[in-house]
Design a protein around this ligand. Structure first.
Ligand SMILES: [Zn+2]
Ligand SMILES: [Zn+2]
Length: 154
């Protein structure tokens, strides 16, 4: 998405396109996987000074306005990614319980089609959040190296 798309996205959601909101959207939208608020703050602070509380407030507001989705990690900090309104179809996420890295899985990997459920479910479904927990390939590799080293030791 280009900066102009982000401006349109904010306008669509009824938010004015402030400099900081655009910067937050560029970081979240330009990243291939969801980031924690702390990560987003650190990336922003690298290019220009920004207030940490401001970043947290912007994230919360954009979640309320449906631009970003807030993903739970089962204890540690929430992660943020673009929501469906930003052209992101619902998709499951993988969370590494060792290093805290979160990845977006392809929408086709675990179809999240609620139309059938919606036919019998009396309420209105607004959001699906599916998180698969496990150990990422980087951590697996590290664990293998560690056990290999231990075995090699006398
Ligand atoms: Zn990991
Ligand atoms: Zn995602």
């Amino acid at each position: 998405m280009s900066p102009r798309d982000y401006q349109a996205l904010l306008a669509e959601a009824g938010l004015s396109a402030t400099e900081n909101r655009l910067r937050v959207l560029e970081v979240v939208g330009g990243n291939g996987y969801p980031l924690s608020a702390g990560d987003i703050y650190r990336i922003l602070a690298r290019s220009a000074p920004v207030n940490r509380v401001t970043v947290y407030r912007i994230l919360e507001r954009m979640v309320r306005h449906g631009i970003l989705e807030r993903l739970s990690t089962g204890g540690r900090a929430f992660h943020y990614g673009l929501a469906a309104i930003a052209g992101q179809p619902p998709h499951p996420h993988f969370y590494c319980t060792r290093c805290g890295h979160m990845d977006c899985l392809s929408p086709a990997s675990l179809p999240l089609d609620t139309t059938r459920l919606q036919r019998t479910f009396p309420g209105q479904i607004e959001k699906i959040e599916i998180r698969l927990d496990g150990i990422c390939k980087n951590c697996l590799r590290k664990m293998e190296l560690e056990t290999g080293k231990r075995r090699a030791a006398p």
